[in-house]
Design a binder for this molecule. Structure first.
Ligand code: TYD
Ligand code: MG
Length: 401
């Protein structure tokens, strides 16, 4: 710790002697970020159109979810100048086995190193086109005496890598494991140090993987990238709506909605199961949507539609493991609950889009036209929304069989 502090004190002194220069925004020419395509379009989509030169990007996710696989794929796709894969977890042999599974291309240089200062020297010397550090929890500097993976080590290493990324205009990806208890320094501690935070999510029991931007200094955080984990690595899903609906069966409690993730409309299936409870406090369990939103929809259904849910457990699930944050899915959630408790399926070729208000009214959502176009592409011709139904009761009349 001490070395770092005394260094920064010296720097402070130096900076107090420097001439102060103010910058008028008028004098700055409009800057376009220089972006390089990754070769994986789902990845580019999440980054906002490619990798920005000199950016520091954190890719976080549970162990085993596929972070090393996805980034190996990225570097194997990357240009002529070999990228550098720095691994503190696996041997070059293990990385080669993974790379061989993914692609016959071998344009990759590996460095087995955990000392961040040695890593930085290697970057300065070899000037790779791109750097992957797998994982940030394994790197450390000798200047601090805490162990690798501790908060101070992870932060200091990321800070030093941020500086070298900016000064040499080389993008650096940091892989970070999310820990459940946060006992080892979680990647969350890095969120303000890095430019972009991506998270790779998915249910380990399915091969669907979703790449999401939680923070992006160079783009929107609404877009998601959708992949399937296969034998030969992560495969981009080109028609996600079709995939999400592939396993849908026509049964009570199953409802289709169209969500907007960034600019892209996606059809997803919302499922509900309503059963008599044996608990004094019936359960309201949501997976893939916000639990508070479910509570609210249940309350509206009781008060405005007269549904008896006080002695019923309500479970709601978004099929395929997608997380839906938009209120535009409210109507589909409500319809799934109604369909399940009445044990009646939804009409054929019908999808629902709409926010439900506290009075049971249907409210406008953004991008309805785009959603309708996507729904029609997949054969849904009857779209129930605020356009044709004023409230929940009217939606039931239009959509329930
Ligand atoms: P990995 O990328 O090592 O996960 P992480 O770096 O996030 O810990 O991948 C984990 C799992 O993925 C591993 O159990 C093997 C499997 N896998 C595939 O299914 N296909 C592949 O092509 C590869 C390389 C791995
Ligand atoms: Mg890994």
């Amino acid at each position: 710790m001490e070395t770092v502090e005394s260094e920064s004190r010296i720097k402070n002194k130096e900076s107090s002697l420097k001439k102060i220069e103010l910058i008028n925004l008028k004098d700055i020419q409009k800057m376009h970020y220089q972006r390089v395509k990754t070769g994986i379009s789902e990845f580019d989509r999440v980054l906002g159109g490619g990798i920005v030169a000199g950016s520091l990007i954190l890719v976080s996710g549970d162990p085993g979810i596929g972070k090393s696989t996805l980034l190996t794929e990225l570097v194997l796709n990357h240009g002529h100048v070999p990228p550098l894969y720095i691994s503190g977890e696996e041997s070059a042999q293990q990385i080669k086995i993974r790379a061989d599974r993914i692609s016959p291309k071998e344009n990759l240089v590996v460095l087995n190193e955990t000392d961040v200062d040695v890593i930085i020297r290697a970057i300065e010397q070899f000037k790779p086109s791109l750097v992957i550090v797998d994982s940030v929890q394994t790197v450390q500097t000798q200047d601090l005496n805490s162990v690798a993976g501790s908060i101070s080590q992870v932060k200091e290493s990321a800070n030093r890598l941020q500086k070298v990324a900016k000064s040499l205009h080389i993008p650096i990806f940091l892989i970070g494991h999310v820990t459940k208890e946060g006992t080892v320094a979680g990647p969350r501690t890095l969120e303000h140090v890095v430019d972009v935070v991506l998270s790779l999510e998915g249910d380990p029991s399915s091969n669907l993987r979703i790449l999401r931007a939680n923070k992006n200094r160079f783009g929107s955080t609404d877009e998601v990238g959708i992949f399937e984990m296969e034998d030969k690595g992560m495969v981009e899903v080109l028609n996600p709506s079709k995939m999400f609906l592939d396993q849908k069966i026509d049964a009570p409690g199953s409802v289709v909605t169209v969500v907007l993730t960034g600019l892209r409309p996606l059809l997803v299936e919302i499922q509900a199961l309503v059963t008599k409870t044996n608990l004094p406090m019936p359960r309201r369990t949501a997976s893939g949507i916000d639990n508070n939103r479910l509570q609210l929809i249940v309350a509206v259904l009781q008060k405005r539609v007269g549904l008896h849910l006080f002695d019923q457990d309500v479970f709601v699930n978004v099929a395929g493991g997608l997380k839906v944050v938009e209120p535009a899915a409210d109507l589909a959630v409500a319809m799934a609950i109604i369909s399940s408790i009445k044990d009646k399926p939804i009409k054929a070729k019908t999808a629902f889009v709409g926010e439900v208000g506290l009075l049971g009214e249907l409210r406008e959502v953004k991008g309805l036209d785009k959603r309708i176009v996507e729904a029609k592409k997949l054969g849904f011709t009857n779209i129930v929304s605020f356009k044709n139904a004023k409230n929940l009761s009217e939606a039931v009349r239009l959509g329930l069989r």
